[in-house]
Ligand binder design. Structure first.
Ligand SMILES: [Zn+2]
Length: 342
């Protein structure tokens, strides 16, 4: 039964760039046959395509803002696949494992959830939450957290962890930094200003910030502090021209006790320091993403339950998921999936 459900889910191509309406229609049908009440929470993505978060309730309805004891959360979208992979949407069994795009992340969890709720007696309100656009920046979960259609006490987010319950994850932030210079022939540097030399000075300051961030530790994590990376940098137009612009991408993963703005403020201070040394220093700093982390206390009853049923001690990871956005719905989240590895 669970395998058939998974095969049906995998057969519906739900790569993030497409509308997830077909898989949502399928899930609506399955939920209706399980006597869940469903409601769509739609939005239009940046390419004008409709994306749908689906919430299904048992033991509660959508009048007012219902209180839900437990939510099982899975995203409907998948990452793209190589067109040469002819069996991407055909669930295939090999060596006791099931292959297909999304079969692990997270259609396996969705199939497991649909199968499980069929065989349990629901005593307290239960929700199934199916989100859109998780793979491209948790966009569906962000929309849902903003709409706040339900209050959730506990949630289980079905990401692949080899069954290890994950009770905390770091946040994720990105910023684009553009340092300006003034182009001139390199034979006459006094006539211009090198954006790359300026950027290099700022980058050195950011490296010092990365060191300083090691002082604020969160022992549950490995590494136990907020990390910072400049993964992309580009600037200049020719070997003999002083570069007029240098831009780089700054990424940081804050521990959950630290707001994303902490690093942003340190960067602003570093820029101000550069300006005080060089009045011509010109720089744009734009935070493009600021996903917060999450942490469920070790003494949460959900943690003990998950450890008991999996037989695996809960842990933490250095990246984020929709769990953080489930907190916006009032929930203590934990994150695990019965299938696959991460
Ligand atoms: Zn996932």
């Amino acid at each position: 039964m669970i395998k058939e459900t998974l095969a049906e889910l995998v057969a519906i191509d739900s790569v993030s760039s497409r509308s997830n309406a077909p898989i949502v229609e399928y899930l609506e049908g399955r939920c209706a046959s399980l006597n869940f009440t469903t409601k769509r929470f739609s939005y239009i993505d940046e390419f004008g395509i409709e994306k749908i978060n689906l919430v299904a309730l048992m033991g509660a309805d959508f009048s007012g803002i219902p209180d839900v004891e437990l939510a099982l959360v899975g995203h409907t979208d998948t990452v793209p696949y190589d067109p040469n992979w002819t069996e991407a949407t055909k669930l295939t069994e090999r060596d006791g494992k099931l292959f297909g795009r999304g079969s692990c992340d997270t259609k396996g969890f969705i199939a497991a959830a649909l199968t499980a709720v069929d065989s349990i007696q629901v005593r307290k309100p239960l929700a199934l939450i199916f989100t859109a656009d998780e793979e491209i920046g948790l966009l569906g979960a962000k929309h849902l957290a903003q709409a706040k259609p339900i209050n959730v006490r506990y949630s289980i987010v079905g990401e692949p962890t080899s069954l290890k319950p994950i009770r905390a994850g770091k946040g994720y932030s990105l910023a684009e930094i553009v340092v300006k210079g003034r182009e001139a022939h390199s034979a006459y540097p006094a006539l211009g200003a090198s954006a790359i030399f300026r950027a290099a000075r700022l980058v050195s300051r950011l490296e010092l910030i990365a060191d300083k961030l090691k002082e604020q530790r969160h022992p549950a994590f490995e590494p136990s502090f907020t990390t910072l990376n400049i993964g992309l940098i580009r600037g200049g137009t020719a070997k003999n021209v002083l570069p007029g612009e240098c831009r780089f991408t700054l990424e940081w993963r804050p521990v959950p006790t630290q707001p994303s703005s902490h690093v942003a403020n340190l960067v602003k201070t570093a820029i101000a320091d550069e300006k005080s040394n060089d009045p011509d220093f010109e720089c744009e700093f734009q935070v493009t993403r600021a996903d917060f982390g999450f942490e469920t206390p070790t003494d949460s009853p959900l943690i003990s339950l998950m450890e008991e049923v999996t037989g695996i001690e809960c842990g933490t990871v250095a990246f984020g998921t929709e769990a953080a956005h489930m907190m916006a719905l009032g929930s203590e989240p934990v994150w695990t999936s019965p299938l696959g590895t991460y």
